[in-house]
Design a protein. Structure first.
Length: 100
């Protein structure tokens, strides 16, 4: 196995993907061991333990829409809700700093 990594898209054998579904379908028919020379290590950051759960009730239509939007982003609905809440809390804190 060579340490050389392709510098251009033409030299790469792993295509660029437009969706996670497209990438998943491609990897379903290809073995990662055939592409090790194209892979690069990445730093992984794990979320801190989210140990304070909170139940939030949604009607069926809102829950379905939430699930649809989360799936489109490749995440779970609770992750999407948590992202939205954190975003809003950050906006509210910024607004308070600006006016206070």
């Amino acid at each position: 196995m060579s340490d050389h990594r392709p510098d251009t898209q033409e030299a790469r054998r792993i295509p660029d993907f437009t969706t996670r579904e497209e990438e998943a379908a491609w990897w379903d028919t290809h073995s990662i061991v055939d592409y090790l020379d194209e892979l690069e290590p990445v730093k992984v950051r794990f979320a801190e333990n989210l140990s304070n759960p909170m139940a939030v009730r949604f009607d069926a239509r809102d829950r379905a829409e939430l699930t649809r939007r989360a799936k489109a982003q490749g995440i779970g609905p609770s992750t999407l809700v948590r992202m939205w809440v954190k975003e809003r809390l950050s906006q509210e804190a910024e607004a308070t700093r600006s006016t206070g």
